[in-house]
Design a protein around this ligand. Structure first.
Ligand code: KG4
Length: 339
């Protein structure tokens, strides 16, 4: 029987809605918020207001593009957390009203689990095989850097994570020091392609297990610039490409070292990447090199599913729908990580 799930994502600064039919994506609409660019980072209060403006037109457009009537929807799935409380509240409140008006069930989705399950979205133009369980997923975004052991779609264990900054945060903060626009990750990636990654050297963390740390790298980058700027006030302008290449290479090496260790220790050769930083060309290249060297079966998401989107929320909601995992009107957003 046809099941149509509406997914809603509003955890940070993207308002998104998507419709999935029995696991196949029909529409995925995303409204980005440009308002934060001039602040160099997401301003939570402005993000909530933008979500309020965007949510109705975005949902309307997703249903229209799916070619269905809203009465055909089987359930509404929404990101319940983690994320910015004010942003989450907009999506959760909208979902409650929408589900109530249509008398359909509600499904609360964990944003991080949704990033991982983005690999299971079926599309006409996506011929990639879905990951087989168990697999390892490196989930790297602006707020998280985790290695997740995925035993089943609903059985995920975080075996390593950052103890301070996330990888995306390191890209964004270092980019800001170089006066690059926000978010810095894509800008660093672009410039890194033209630079030499071996001109400068940055410190790498030494922490145990499968955990990450990126705050030391950021400080090391800051000190490098501070010292060189004393000698040459044009240092950043003259070396931006090499600095970006060095930063990207170091972040990727840090990420891959722990991922390699986890794959070896757990004897798992099925490896996926997810989250905004999984768009990074250096990381994508490194994963492919590891596949060739260690025989990994790798899963790299299409670029449109790397950053926040509702398609991943809808696919997660679809799995939960089949498992009968619904919530009532009492559900509340959870800003902090629970996984
Ligand atoms: O998953 P996401 O859209 O949002 C959350 O943080 O949940 O990830 C956004 C992060 C930002 O830090 C951004 O700079 C980073 O992903 N990012 C990238 C690239 N594209 C986005 N970082 C490095 N290289 C990229 N190409």
């Amino acid at each position: 029987m046809n099941k149509y799930i509406l997914g809603i994502e509003s955890s940070c600064d993207d308002t998104s809605a998507a419709v999935i039919n029995n696991g196949r994506l029909l529409s995925n609409v995303i409204a980005n918020q440009k308002v934060h660019e001039s602040y160099g980072g997401v301003v939570p209060e402005l993000a909530s207001r933008e979500h309020q403006k965007n949510i109705i037109p975005v949902v309307h457009e997703a249903i229209r593009m799916a070619g269905i009537d809203k009465k055909e929807l089987s359930a509404v799935a929404f990101t319940c957390g983690p994320g910015l409380l004010g942003s989450l509240l907009v999506g959760v409140s909208f979902a409650k009203g929408f589900a109530l008006s249509l008398n359909i069930p509600m499904i609360q989705v964990n944003h991080l689990q949704a990033h991982v399950l983005a690999h299971f979205i079926q599309q006409d133009d996506n011929k990639n095989a879905t990951p087989e369980f168990p697999f390892l997923c490196l989930l790297v975004s602006g707020g998280n850097s985790q290695i997740i052991l995925v035993r089943e779609w609903n059985d995920m264990e975080v075996i390593g994570q950052t103890i301070d900054d996330a990888a995306g945060e390191a890209f964004d903060k270092c980019a800001k020091i170089m006066n690059l626009p926000y978010p810095g990750g894509p800008a660093v990636d672009k410039l890194a392609k033209k630079g030499n990654p071996d001109v400068f050297k940055l410190n790498k963390p030494r922490i145990p297990d499968y955990n990450y740390s990126f705050s030391g790298l950021k400080t090391s980058f800051l000190y490098l610039l501070r010292d060189r700027l004393k000698e040459n006030p044009n240092f950043v302008e003259e070396h931006r490409e090499n600095l970006c290449a060095t930063l990207q290479k170091t972040v990727v090496e840090i990420l891959m070292q722990k991922l390699r260790k986890a794959a070896k220790d757990l004897k798992i050769d099925e490896v996926a990447i997810a989250g905004g930083v999984s768009a990074n060309s250096g990381l994508r290249c490194a994963i492919e090199e590891h596949a060739a060297k260690y025989g990994w079966k790798i899963h790299i998401p299409p670029l449109k599913f790397t950053t926040d989107n509702a398609a991943m929320v809808a696919i997660c909601g679809y799995f939960q729908y089949l498992a009968g995992e619904f919530v009532g009107m009492e559900c509340q957003p959870f800003p902090r990580i629970v996984m």
